[in-house]
Design a protein around this ligand. Structure first.
Ligand code: SD4
Length: 333
């Protein structure tokens, strides 16, 4: 420290020993660049029961040498347009009955990402996220401004309300209860079940490039403006071209506090096997005392994969992996 309380220049000129004394790695001690794990054969991984259908959309593209970026976008578009209650248009209304969408896409070769949070009145959220990534320097655009951005990019505005989402909201609103988002944090003991779902996909293409994406309409009866973990890089999804990628699902309000998809990929970088890394990541959340439903699925560049969950005792979380050898659905216990 110098007499003004700062770090003196002399300390920086003191060579490796001085830097080591400060706990700073010197030039000669800099950690090596991550070793690139060799890519395996092309694959696509998709979470939940969406897996086989989404993979069936993505696999023929991969087999025809399409880019993993196009594959992830199209596989997720397929789920977004299914009319499912949990992902995309027509699902999970918020506290005032509106469906809003969160999505993210991340591209391995450039480590670039694009995301939208609380996107309103536009169906293909993952495609808007891709526009954020490819057309702007931004990484995340939210709310009505995300809708305006989508309109600028040529997306049509349309209601995301369906008969099913309207009925679900009418039934809930008739009870006159406050949203459970005001309940105490689920620490120590689990609270009321929080209903939500997400689709996540990871692809490796024939050129060895990785891409990850996810899309959701988040948590049922959420407070308007709420953005979950899905569009947060390293929380809902993460991809590192040298190592692998991961997607998360579950109580995103809690899970985003742990950046689980970043964490699990970094554990794999340090040499941990995918399954062990997934379990260690979920354990971190449990060890902090949280009692939630949540899961992650992870895949290394060479195709080795794993998954782990917390909670969801009666809900079978799974992911599916498709390669040239076919599609396998992996239950996560
Ligand atoms: C969210 N993580 O918005 C999402 C929802 C989800 O399984 O994945 N549910 O909190």
């Amino acid at each position: 420290m110098n007499d003004k309380g700062g770090i003196s220049r002399r300390a920086f000129g003191a060579g490796a020993a001085g830097l080591a004394a400060l706990g700073v790695a010197g030039a000669s001690e800099r950690p090596a660049r991550p070793k690139i794990i060799p890519a395996g054969k092309p694959f696509i991984l998709t979470t939940w029961d969406f897996g086989p259908g989404a993979n069936a959309v993505g696999w023929p593209m991969l087999a025809a040498d399409a880019s993993a970026l196009d594959v992830v976008e199209k596989a997720i578009n397929h789920v977004e347009l299914l009319g499912d209650y949990w992902v995309g248009a027509g699902g999970v209304p918020n506290e005032v009955g509106e469906t809003t969408l969160d999505a993210m896409i991340m591209w391995g070769p450039t480590h670039d990402a694009g995301a939208v949070g609380c996107l309103k009145r536009v169906k293909r959220a993952i495609s808007v996220a891709r526009k954020v990534m490819e057309e702007t320097q931004h990484s995340l655009i939210v709310g009505d401004d995300a809708t305006r951005f989508a309109a600028r990019m040529g997306f049509a505005e349309t209601s995301l309300t369906s008969v099913v989402s309207q009925q679900a909201w009418d039934k809930w609103a008739a009870k006159g209860e406050r949203t459970n988002a005001f309940d105490p944090e689920p620490i120590g003991k689990k609270g009321e079940p929080v209903s939500h779902d997400t689709v996540g996909s990871i692809a490796l293409d024939a050129a060895g490039n990785l891409c990850v994406g996810c899309s959701t309409n988040g948590r049922e009866f959420k407070i308007p403006g709420r953005v979950g973990d899905s569009p947060i890089i390293g929380a809902g999804a993460y991809c590192d071209q040298a190592v692998g990628a991961a997607v998360a699902t579950g109580n995103g309000d809690v899970m985003m506090r742990f950046l689980p998809t970043y964490h699990v990929v970094e554990l794999m970088r340090s040499g941990m096997e995918p399954q062990a890394a997934a379990e260690a990541t979920i354990r971190r959340i449990e060890d902090a005392g949280y009692r939630i439903d949540g899961g992650i699925a992870v895949i290394r560049r060479d195709g080795a994969h794993g998954g782990a969950k917390t909670g969801w005792k009666d809900t079978p979380f799974s992911y599916s992996v498709q390669t040239a050898a076919g599609n396998v659905k992996i239950p996560v216990s």
